[in-house]
Design a protein around this ligand. Structure first.
Ligand code: NDP
Length: 258
């Protein structure tokens, strides 16, 4: 029996990277999946690939998580196509790494619009249905920046701390209605986001090597490794895990000295 058989899921920012890996893993485990993504061309290509690989029901829809109406529309289309949503993964996120005092107001707003408002917009759109049905699993993709600080990465960690706060608050609020809200905190995972960060450094190859050296396992993570944790939290194997955050970083955040 597939672990997500019969479930319907919506995943934001699922055109590429961690979101695409979660969508593929969910589909392999029998879920119907809607990819809610800003870049519709990428999302459609990813959806076709997942359909071909798994035979699952997969849809792609242009969605901007910063706009609550856009997220509500995505939820409505997913429910029309698949029936009630069992799982929401709030994955869409952007790196906004600034020096606090030279950061512009626009940088601050852009970061919070996607990394925190976007998560709330997703939760707000699915919670009424989940609460009414007395079932649901929401998974918010946070980061190890949600509890560790790297200088010069402001205000991304502030927003990611907020994602943990939101996860805990909503997890407690709706626990009596059997709606579980959890987070995953990935460490370094190899995606376009990570490569863009290396490419911004003076010596990208040296920056990449330095990152690998900092890892206890001497490698960074793969999107599929985050996806496996998302499958677990979405499945019926985690019925008593709520308002929690699972770290997927190869042990990096447990290390005291580099
Ligand atoms: P990517 O940049 O590879 O993918 C993010 C996806 O989200 C892109 O497809 C992007 O679309 C989409 N997106 C961006 N803004 C919006 C929006 N407003 N509405 C809908 N979709 C949007 O990132 P990752 O896969 O690396 O990251 C996924 C999540 O994991 C993020 O929340 C990130 O903060 C978190 N994370 C990642 C880590 C890593 O090392 N990679 C580590 C810790 C956390 P577009 O192409 O149009 O921009």
């Amino acid at each position: 029996m597939k672990r997500l058989a019969g479930k319907a899921a919506l995943i934001t920012g699922a055109g590429r990277g961690i979101g695409a890996a979660i969508a593929l893993a969910f589909a392999r485990e029998g879920a119907s999946v809607l990819l809610a993504e800003l870049d519709i061309d990428t999302a459609q290509q990813t959806a076709e690939h997942i359909k071909a690989q798994t035979g699952a029901r997969v849809l792609a829809l242009h969605t901007d998580v910063t706009q609550s109406a856009s997220v509500r529309q995505a939820v409505s289309e997913a429910e029309q196509a698949f029936g009630a949503l069992d799982v929401l993964v709030n994955n869409a996120g952007i790196n906004v790494f600034c020096d606090p005092l030279t950061m512009t107001d626009d940088d601050w707003r852009r970061c919070f619009a996607v990394d925190l408002d976007g998560v709330w917009n997703g939760c707000r759109a699915v919670l009424p249905g989940m609460v009414e049905r007395g079932a649901g699993s929401i998974i918010n993709i946070a980061s190890t920046h949600a509890f560790k600080i790297i200088p010069g990465c402001f205000p991304y960690p502030v927003a990611k701390h907020g994602v943990i706060g939101l996860t805990r608050a909503l997890g407690i609020e709706y626990a009596p209605r059997n709606v579980r809200v959890n987070a995953i905190a990935p460490g370094y995972i190899e995606t376009q986001l990570t490569h863009e960060w290396w490419d911004q450094q003076a010596d990208p190859a040296a920056a990449q090597q330095a990152t690998l050296e900092l890892q206890p396992m001497k490698r960074i993570g793969r999107p599929e490794e985050v996806a496996m944790t998302a499958v677990f939290l979405a499945s019926d194997e985690a019925p008593f895990i709520n308002a929690s955050c699972i770290t997927v970083d190869g042990g990096r955040s447990a290390l005291y000295h580099d």
